[in-house]
Ligand binder design. Structure first.
Ligand code: EPU
Length: 338
């Protein structure tokens, strides 16, 4: 059934938990309902934005003058199964971490390092969520969508999604053109575990490691570094880790020998934005009700009744200070919504 709400508080529908209202909030449960909505005057005459769990959004004003369109398409079904792997189709409106928990309970490997990431399945395929050495592109088989202009369905195979670090064709060339309705993931029945990122291995028990052990360790690390969504509003990492030329990194290293980095390819390295922000002295600093999270500077939090403008100002001040100190441009991972 289609639900339509007017002048609707979306405080609980985005993880920054700021006092924001939407002119309309509309929810659909099937692809046909989405198609009929796309034909409706409401969507033809107003701007609209498909949203998932609202975990990567920054509403820059206290009112969104358009339609927020949320998929409540559910369902998990097996598309293919062999002795070694399974391909499962998952509705865009399923909560991402519920799906990860389901995979772990079935003994299917591939998603466990991505445990406890907020958000929903549809957005996972747009954002290419990643953590602890795994990105969702590593397990995406195909992405089912509806074209906004025509209502036609289109299935994108993994390579067609042009995945990169926190990026996909849906965020760039095809931005605003397709809505994800379901994602199929390819999972392993005899999983290869990825335990070499950061302190993951140290958080695991000795001996044979199960998918459930990995999930538990990842949840433990995330809980220790990132704010609990119910306790303090945030959108996870606010900035992406900048990718810079190796020569620039080598020059910076002479002044900042302890600057961490990850090799991206022969000519580029990635530098943790959290480290840069930390070293610029931002830890715990605030603007109005918005603050830099004490345990992880990459996260901006709604510490105390923050307004969208507080977060926008704080983010801009941080961006400028990193630019001036290191000559490195950091860009937001969160999507700014006008
Ligand atoms: N660091 C600091 N100070 C800080 C934060 C980080 O010095 O305040 C240093 C750490 O000591 C470490 C390095 O920066 O040497 C990297 O930190 P961390 O391993 O915590 O990871 P990250 O690069 O800050 C990325 C993702 C996270 C993901 C983790 C683990 C991005 C933008 N963020 O963070 O993703 O959970 O790696 O894989 O790539 C998210 O996207 O919302 C998110 C939480």
């Amino acid at each position: 059934m289609i639900k339509v709400k007017e002048n609707y508080s979306i405080k609980e529908l985005h993880t920054f938990r700021m006092p924001v209202y939407a002119r309309w909030f509309v929810e659909y449960e099937t692809v046909d309902e989405l198609r009929s909505l796309l034909q409706s005057d409401l969507l033809k005459q107003n701007k609209f934005l498909p949203i998932g769990g609202g975990s990567n959004l920054l509403f820059v004003r206290e009112r969104y003058e358009g339609v927020l369109l949320h998929s409540a398409i559910k369902g998990i079904s097996i598309l293919q199964e062999t002795e070694s792997e399974v391909v499962v189709k998952v509705g865009a409106g399923i909560v991402w971490d519920d799906f990860v928990a389901y995979c772990v309970s079935q003994g299917w490997g591939g998603a466990e390092n991505l445990s406890y990431i907020p958000g929903e399945v549809g957005a996972s395929a747009v954002q290419n969520i990643g953590a602890y050495g795994v990105e969702v592109k590593d397990i995406i088989h195909e992405v089912e969508t509806v074209e906004i202009a025509t209502g036609a369905t289109r299935v994108f195979q993994n390579p067609e999604c042009e995945y990169g670090y926190r990026s996909s064709i849906f965020k760039h060339e095809l931005k605003g053109k397709y809505i994800v309705t379901a994602v199929s993931y390819r999972l392993q029945k005899t999983p290869t575990l990825h335990l070499d990122y950061g302190n993951l291995r140290n958080s695991l028990p000795e001996g044979d490691i199960t998918l459930a052990d990995v999930r538990e360790a990842v949840i433990g690390i995330r809980r220790s570094k990132l704010p609990e969504p119910d306790e303090c509003g945030s959108a996870g990492s606010f900035f992406m880790n900048p990718v810079i030329p190796v020569e620039q990194y080598e020059r910076l290293k002479t002044t900042y020998p302890d600057m961490p980095h990850y090799v991206v390819d022969e000519t580029h390295v990635k530098v943790p934005a959290g480290w840069l922000i930390d070293r610029c002295g931002w830890k715990g600093k605030s603007v109005g009700g918005a603050a830099v999270y004490e345990k992880q500077c990459l996260v901006l939090v709604n510490k105390h009744n923050a307004l969208p403008s507080d977060v926008v100002t704080l983010a801009e001040m941080i961006r400028q200070s990193v630019q001036e100190t290191y000559g490195i441009t950091i860009n937001p991972e969160v999507n700014y919504i006008e």
